[in-house]
Design a protein around this ligand. Structure first.
Ligand SMILES: C[S@@+](CC[C@H](N)C(=O)[O-])C[C@H]1O[C@@H](n2cnc3c(N)ncnc32)[C@H](O)[C@@H]1O
Length: 293
């Protein structure tokens, strides 16, 4: 299966209308306000329940990879649900399969542009390895390693790698990024590492996680995470994101912390940007690429 570039999508679909956006934003804000009344705190137990015991467990049980014709088909399965998504910086109403086909290419372009000249990349908080498998399609020669706290995510990722004959190229193992004594932190020494919507899940330990990563001496770090810190609240969609992020209690301090660490001379920030793609309207990722000094 051919992956899809932004031009393939932008050539066939017009940006979402003002009415479509207004209605979608209003519904999203209403849902977030309802969630806010329930005051969920994103503790490690909540994350374990949402991801390890539900999301990754369901994926592991489904064995969806067994029915896919190829790795690309597995990463972008048929999904006719059309919703507003961000493609190449524009808000479009498109189905899940077209979005995820485009995302394979867009994610790899984004990561490889910041990774520098490396043959190996490590993802921290990789879940079942969707991002690593996407990267593999763009750069099959690379050695890719993923770490996550969720045993069911790791088990699913290992089965997927085995099924597609990739166990020599893509490996997954356990890590708890909040634990300074975790034995697998040493695996990132000298490596190019990235996080992708992982630190969002650890709002009460952002500083600890960043300190643990710095202490492990990676070569370069690419953090791709949503936040409230960099939103422009003159834009309605960023207001929607602010209320959403508060309602699900995602992290809100990573990028200010990295800015502070740069002022203190402990890291050097090489790039700051906003991601041009997102599967929904309310949780754009921001990217900082940095190196310990
Ligand atoms: C939103 S998912 C993202 C997964 C993956 N990056 C992706 O884009 O498909 C967040 C992941 O962070 C992991 N995570 C949460 N707390 C963690 C911790 N303390 N150490 C390592 N991983 C953690 C969760 O288990 C979950 O798989």
């Amino acid at each position: 299966m051919k992956t899809t570039g932004a031009n393939d999508i932008l050539g066939t679909i017009s940006p979402a209308s003002l009415t479509d956006r207004a209605i979608t934003y209003a519904i999203d804000i209403a849902k977030s306000i309802y969630r806010l009344t329930r005051r969920v705190q994103r503790t490690a137990d909540v994350v374990n329940s949402e991801y390890n015991r539900q999301h990754w467990q369901k994926m592991l049980a489904s064995k969806a990879w067994l029915g896919a014709a190829s790795l690309a088909d597995f990463l972008a399965p048929p999904d006719p649900t059309e919703r507003l998504r961000k493609v190449d910086g524009r808000i479009l109403r498109i189905d899940g399969q077209r979005y995820y086909r485009y995302r394979i290419e867009a994610l790899s372009e984004l990561l490889l542009r910041h990774a520098g000249n490396t043959q190996q990349i490590v993802e921290l908080g990789c879940g079942s390895g969707h991002n690593l498998f996407s990267l593999h399609l763009a750069r099959p020669e690379m050695v890719l390693k993923g770490f996550d706290i969720a045993p069911n995510g790791i088990a699913a990722g290992r089965e997927i790698a085995g099924h597609f004959g990739l166990s020599d190229k893509i490996s997954l193992d356990r890590i708890d990024l909040t634990d300074v004594g975790d034995p697998n932190l040493s695996a990132i020494a000298g490596e190019v590492v990235f996080t992708y919507f992982c630190i969002e899940q650890i709002p009460y330990d952002v500083r600890k996680v960043v300190e643990n990563i710095i202490a492990a001496k990676p070569k370069r770090v690419i953090n791709i995470e949503p936040t409230t810190e960099l939103l422009d609240l003159t834009h309605p969609r960023d207001l929607v994101s602010l209320v959403y992020i508060r309602s699900v209690d995602y992290q809100t301090q990573l990028f200010s912390l990295l800015d502070r660490l740069e002022r203190e001379g402990r890291i050097r920030i090489l790039a700051r940007e906003r991601m041009p793609f997102a599967p929904s309207i309310n949780n754009d990722g921001f990217l900082y690429c940095w190196e310990p000094t």
